[in-house]
Design a protein around this ligand. Structure first.
Ligand code: HMH
Length: 221
């Protein structure tokens, strides 16, 4: 029997927390058309803060790929992610002005601060490429899986939220996530048991942080 790739094994092993991150009530309520506009706006402002912290994080991954990867195409794939993120920052600004969300006065909430410090901890030179790229894949994959779920046939996603769902739920972003997953698998295959164990812990931590980020966005306080 063919041995499955390490990330596929984890997805099965940690299915419950993966489901909590990718099938969160926030996402389910976009899908059934019941999400409160105030929750969407809170998510939009908070995610903009997150994305600003994500920029140096991707830059650190690019640097690690350039130094540590044997495969030149890794840098190309990560560079395409940086280009998408550049677009994303402009999109957040347009979307925020459309909904009357003032991005310069957003106060990052606890779950967001925790997530941003997690990103910062992964930027250190002490965290190797394998661990960082695994976390990177997981972060992107959660958004891809979540928002693609809101675009399936029979969903009741409101028209004004479809563009948001498309941003992460589109097929191109899906392919990009699969490319990141292949990179993570390839790196994990040749990593020491210690690095694999650390990467697995990071994978789980990403899922928890994503779950908490959705909780923060949903809460009506
Ligand atoms: C919280 N996770 C969060 N925000 C995002 N924009 C992504 C993942 C994907 O880029």
């Amino acid at each position: 029997m063919e041995r499955s790739a390490i990330t596929e094994t984890w997805l099965r092993k940690h299915r419950q927390i993966y489901q909590r991150a990718t099938r969160h009530p926030f996402i389910l309520s976009i899908r059934d058309g019941s999400l409160h506009l105030s929750s969407f706006k809170r998510w939009l402002g908070q995610d903009y803060v997150f994305v600003r912290a994500f920029v140096p994080f991707i830059a650190s991954i690019l640097l690690k790929a350039w130094k540590e990867s044997d495969d030149n195409t890794d840098v190309d794939i990560i560079l395409s992610g940086i280009a998408t993120l550049n677009d994303e920052v402009s999109w957040f600004k347009r979307e925020a002005s459309k909904w009357g969300v003032a991005l310069d006065t957003i106060v990052p909430q606890h779950a967001n601060l925790a997530y941003c410090s997690f990103l910062e901890s992964l930027m250190s030179a002490g965290v190797d490429y394998t661990q960082a790229v695994t976390a990177f894949w997981a972060i992107e994959a959660v958004y891809q899986e979540s928002f693609a779920h809101c675009l399936e046939d029979g969903c009741n996603t409101p028209d004004e939220l479809k563009e948001t769902c498309q941003r992460w739920g589109n097929d191109g972003f899906g392919q990009y996530c699969r490319a990141l997953q292949s990179i993570a698998n390839r790196q994990l295959e040749k990593a020491s048991d210690e690095v694999v164990a650390k990467a697995e812990a990071l994978f789980i931590r990403v899922l928890e942080l994503e779950d908490e980020f959705w909780n923060m966005s949903t809460c009506t306080m």
